[in-house]
Write a protein that binds this ligand. Structure first.
Ligand code: UDP
Ligand code: MG
Length: 323
């Protein structure tokens, strides 16, 4: 029987988890032709998430978990989950039911029918999302698709079913600054897409503030495009050209005997403008340099303090303790 690994990143999800567990158990029951394992990554939650995960794992062998020493971010959780997975197929799902588990049978059927390696999901609308967030998301997708080699599908979610070989390809990319949506596209393989209406969070609050998303999008640009680095060279070239024209004008005016002192105000504007552009370019360089610095330290992507195996070990020693 083929095994499906359901992989769920969790950060303070004690309110959503009971609902998720109920729903995924229901879906698993509708797919008796497959074996399942459900792996949760506790991304340094400060609430009762870990306690729930321990309970689930103790009650049902198909439920597994890995718990981090602190919050490492959703990307780290996704990597850890993939490392822990043993399935012939793997699928990411958010804990808040915004990636409806009920779609899984359809995704699995489509994967088999098309013989492809991956089924991606995208929202057909961004209903229920703040308009400002949708606006910036659209701008971001247009921009990144123009300046980068990977094609990101707008409104794509991380909810994705993949074959083992695609999962292994993703694991072979062990970069520290991760952006999964880009990595999914970068590794290649044929992908079919399923659209569904946006679903609101089942319980709890979103963990992604606007600022966090903004930083995340900058990370993506740096990870998947070097175009910003070229901006500095292009601007340098444009300024050289402008300076050359300026020099010509000054020389010609001098030859004609016209005074070339245009005044302090215009001079200040030019100096400040060029200074600003230089700072901006250094900023871009700094962005790439800092990421290179972080990569070169080769720190682990996450640190785990506990998995379901620790639970089992505790159970095993208990009889000896009694003796
Ligand atoms: N998440 C995580 N670590 C984080 C932030 C989020 O593991 O640092 C998980 C979270 O528990 C959820 C998923 O990532 O299962 C998506 O997060 P959320 O629903 O808050 O994001 P949104 O759907 O609002 O974009
Ligand atoms: Mg969500």
């Amino acid at each position: 029987m083929e095994l499906i690994s359901v992989m769920v990143p969790c950060f303070n999800e004690e309110e959503s988890l009971p609902l998720f567990r109920e729903e995924i158990l229901h879906v698993m029951a509708t797919m008796p032709e497959y074996a399942f394992e459900v792996i949760f990554a506790d991304d340094g939650s400060g609430d009762g998430t870990l306690k729930l995960l321990r309970e689930y794992a103790a009650a049902d062998d198909r439920f597994r978990y890995v718990s981090f020493t602190r919050n490492f971010g959703k990307e780290a959780a996704m990597y850890a989950l993939l490392q822990a997975s043993r399935g012939d197929f793997v699928v990411y799902m958010d804990a808040d039911l915004q990636d409806p588990p009920s779609l899984l049978p359809r995704m699995m059927a489509l994967l088999k029918e098309k013989g492809c390696d991956s089924i991606g999901t995208r929202r057909s609308s961004r209903k229920g999302e703040p308009p400002i967030r949708s606006f910036f998301a659209n701008v971001f997708y247009k921009m990144i698709n123009r300046i980068s080699n990977v094609r990101l599908v707008p409104a794509a979610r991380d909810y994705r079913l993949m074959s083992r070989r695609m999962a292994d390809s993703i694991l072979s990319l062990c970069e520290y600054n991760r952006f999964s949506k880009g990595i999914f596209e970068w590794v290649g393989y044929e992908t079919e897409w399923i659209s569904y209406e946006n679903v609101e969070r089942s319980a709890g609050k979103t963990k992604f503030s606007f600022w966090k998303l903004f930083k995340y999008s900058l990370e993506c640009i740096i990870a998947f495009s070097t175009a910003p680095l070229a901006i500095a060279s292009v601007m340098g070239f444009v300024f050289c050209f402008a300076a050359f024209i300026g020099i010509l004008v000054v020389i010609i005016r001098a030859l004609l005997g016209v005074d070339s002192a245009f005044g302090w105000a215009s001079m200040m504007c030019v100096i400040l403008f060029v200074g600003g552009v230089l700072e901006f370019s250094i900023g871009i360089l700094g962005g790439y340099l800092s990421k290179t610095y972080l990569e070169s330290k080769r720190r682990p992507i996450y640190l785990s303090k506990e998995t379901e195996n620790d639970l089992k070990e505790k159970k095993d020693v208990r009889p000896e303790e009694k003796r």
